[in-house]
Design a binder for this molecule. Structure first.
Ligand code: GDP
Ligand code: MG
Length: 163
């Protein structure tokens, strides 16, 4: 039984927004490693009587997909090494991309428990758009909105089940 959850996904899907919502008013701990800025952030979450750590692994400022190709491996490597459960965030407004496929592939191979979080499902009509993420081969997507908080309780319930 571990207690570390890592948030992964391509840029702009809402990882940091979700991280901030999950940790609430608590302070994030920023880990600055040599040569990197804001490499990753750690926070604490309490849910259903459990306390666990959450890591936002996507702190890099990334300008292009090429750079992200390198960074994605680093990000997912950190997640697979450090986390007990991985929260893979995708974006229902943008839909599935080849980078999502790439991350999904690495995560499937890792053997770690993965929760597929279809973010930006702010309204119910956007929930239908999440169906396309079944193709990532990671099971049922959990629809949520990091901005308005809907669906985050179901995701946290699932996290606690898997920890
Ligand atoms: P990251 O690069 O994955 O960490 O993404 P951010 O958390 O920085 O969010 C990228 C953009 O998406 C920001 O403009 C957020 O306000 C927006 N965003 C994040 N979550 C949601 C959401 O649930 N709904 C909507 N509509 N926008 C969101
Ligand atoms: Mg971020």
């Amino acid at each position: 039984m571990g207690n570390v959850v890592a948030i992964v996904g391509r840029p702009n899907v809402g990882k940091s927004t979700l991280f901030n919502r999950l940790i609430g008013s608590r302070q994030a701990i920023v880990n600055d490693e040599a040569g990197t800025t804001r490499d990753r952030q750690y926070g604490k979450v309490e849910w259903a009587g459990r306390e666990f750590s959450v890591i936002d692994t996507g702190g890099w400022v990334v300008q292009s997909d090429d750079v992200f190709e390198e960074e994605i491996n680093k990000q997912v490597k950190i997640a697979v090494e450090e986390a007990d459960v991985i929260l893979f965030v995708v974006d229902v407004m943008n839909g599935a991309t080849s980078l999502d496929d790439e991350v999904a592939h690495i995560l499937r191979c890792s053997g770690k428990p993965v929760i597929l979080a279809a973010n930006k499902a702010d309204t119910y009509d956007r929930h239908a758009a999440a169906a396309e993420f079944y193709s990532l081969g990671l099971g049922d997507p959990y629809c949520l909105s990091a901005v308005n908080g809907s669906g985050t309780g179901e995701v946290l319930d699932r996290v606690v089940e898997l920890l």
